[in-house]
Design a protein. Sequence first.
Length: 548
Amino acid sequence: MRNIVMCLVALFVVNLAFADGAQEVAKMREARKKLAHRKRRIVFNNDGDEAVYSLKKATRESFLAARTTPLLGSQVDSIFYCTWSSGFSFFTHNTKVGQVFDTTVNPKHPANKGVGFANNKTADFIKQGTDPLKMMVEFCKEHNLEVFWSFRMNDTHDAWGSWYGEHLFPQIKKDHPEWLVSELKDKSKRGSTNAKDYNRSKHGGWTAMDFGHKEVRDLAVKFIEEVCQNYDIDGIEMDYFRHPIYFKKPAWGEDAGQEELDKLTDMVRQVRTVTEREALKRGRPILVAVRVPDSVEYCKAMGIDIERWLKEGLVDIMGVSGYFRLNPWEVSVKLGHKYGVPVLAGLSESRIRDKEARKVRASIECYRGRALNAWSAGVDGIYIFNVFNPRRPMWRELGDPKALETMDQVYVVNVRGTKAISRWMRDGEKRFLTRSRLSPEQPITLQPGKAESVRIRVGENPAERKNEVDVTLQLRVRNLPDPAELSVKVNGQSVAGKKSKGVWFDYVLNPEMVKEGFNTIEVLLKDGGTAKSVWQDVLLWVRQKKKN
């Protein structure tokens, strides 16, 4: 009888402990959900280069001064800090699971301007008992900023053949070439960093890891686990956009199948398990953010089942856009909000090669227009990638849409172009792009009598401030001597213009002709017009009237 009583008591204790544990998990998940929806006006993604290239001395002050301290007082609420991961497993935090990137080699190459990695202070910081991630976390805690560790899931800077390529090729790829999406031609060449020794994949970087291997997925989880255990971060970001290739099938031109989707989803489930376990240990949630292409279909072709991740509650924050954007912002907003997940609009720097076009797209006026477009579509925050000067005005402007409406803006059709879409995925443009294309890299050749049109989004309603703003449409058309040869319509209304400078033609618009949202710009080369006129670009300026 006594034994029965003791067993019942033990069972009661176990059940009580289980109930207490379940309650703790429920509380943690509820707290995590609230934190996921905290204010994030601007997220600053820092790729960690300052510790490798920028510092003359290994001091906390110089490290923070390079990109971080000047952000104080700005609209940056969150810093997503990447400790390199340039070459899968290379990090600038004090990792035992991965490989510390502490080289100070100074390779001779005209592109490196004589610097190379000579300024890399990673090893010096670790000897001091700190590292870049630790210092960043401490700074953010001191100043009430949110801080995430950003992990580039399959960075392939080691594939580009630039001066740094071979130095970013980590030991794990030398030891396990069979884990790459490319194939080593001769097994006796194991350890080679020379692209010529491999049958290189058709899409993405040839050095990409193949996540079809369990060992690769397990390592990715272990990298994340180590950071969660050793650093007081608010969350981790799995950056699937730098660089977007994860399986052999897409790398060689075939869409990922259900097997690939299931494998990557299982890995993300493991990450969620790790973050919840470590969160319970420390008594505070660890959020999970992802950065992915802005198309469910494109993601699935890559092997990323993003909607499934959202539906299963594996993701707390979703950032979209990077090398390219496939859909209007509203598509991603609808997807994320369907599952209660906030959406960040990624604004990366322009890589259009045409200098004039790139200069406009790098301007603060263009960043304002891009941010306003995203805010008006319902995003929950602005995510800035690959822009690191902490003194640029964008950090104090882009997080306030109401204030942006009182500033000058310029709107364009494409900021980064669309060619990169197919670089990572077979026929990517043809299969997945839903937005208009127009830039000097992808111009439209005009044929007499045939109308051509593009859609350009405007993030405010100029008609509401028609007495406060001037609106100007600028068209860049090569081989067009006389603007009279061109018929131009804005949302169906004809407008007259004049040649301003070189290949540019200006059209002063009534603000009431332009609406918030998408506007159609239609051009028609009149019969008898100059053959082979080429429409290269369109700019829509909304400027504040100058006060007398």
